[in-house]
Design a protein. Structure first.
Length: 181
């Protein structure tokens, strides 16, 4: 399938070289994981939003905010698109959108598990890291630097500090006895 038959065209990102076109949101693996863990998963919503925003810029009729907020319903279509573009640029992808997306959905609901098993929910970043690895391969195949977004902005640092405080309180609360019913 050609890029045109997929309805895909690359999008220039702000701050990128004029000739540099990116299909998906670039973020380093370490930043994705750190931000996801310290923002209690809020960065995952941002990750989805940025990817759907680029899809909209490519001409797809999507609402990035709604697709990000309801990511459990739209994770598989996004992963399918990543896989199709990876195949079109011949990265040798082996990612299964159904398996990776299904894992994300299961882990997204892990917060409903009893204590301490709800902690498994933190692993919801793993499927996104798999997808981000494919994005890095795509951009590398196109001659682009996939680590263009590896620095922490002041907003990232604020998120890490606030999330760190919440994590500290959660750990303290984890060791406190449950209140009588």
């Amino acid at each position: 399938m050609s890029e045109m038959s997929l309805g895909l065209s690359a999008v220039a990102l702000p701050g990128a070289k004029p000739e540099a076109k990116r299909y998906f949101f670039d973020v380093s693996m370490s930043k994705l994981i750190v931000m996801s863990l310290f923002t209690l998963g809020l960065y995952e919503i941002y990750w989805f939003y940025k990817n759907w925003q680029l899809a909209k810029q490519r001409g797809q009729a999507v609402s990035p905010a709604l697709r990000a907020l309801f990511s459990i319903f739209f994770v598989i279509p996004l992963l399918r698109e990543i896989r199709e573009i990876a195949r079109s640029v011949q990265t040798g992808t082996t990612m299964s959108p159904g398996s990776v997306g299904g894992l994300f959905i299961v882990l997204a609901f892990a917060w409903r598990l009893p204590k301490p098993f709800w902690l498994i929910g933190y692993a919801s970043v793993i499927p996104l890291a798999i997808a981000q690895g494919e994005v890095a391969k795509i951009h590398r195949a196109l001659g682009l630097d996939p680590t263009v977004n590896n620095r922490y902005s002041w907003k990232n640092i604020v998120g890490i500090v606030i999330g760190g405080l919440i994590h500290t309180l959660a750990i303290i609360g984890f060791f406190l006895p449950d209140a009588p019913a």
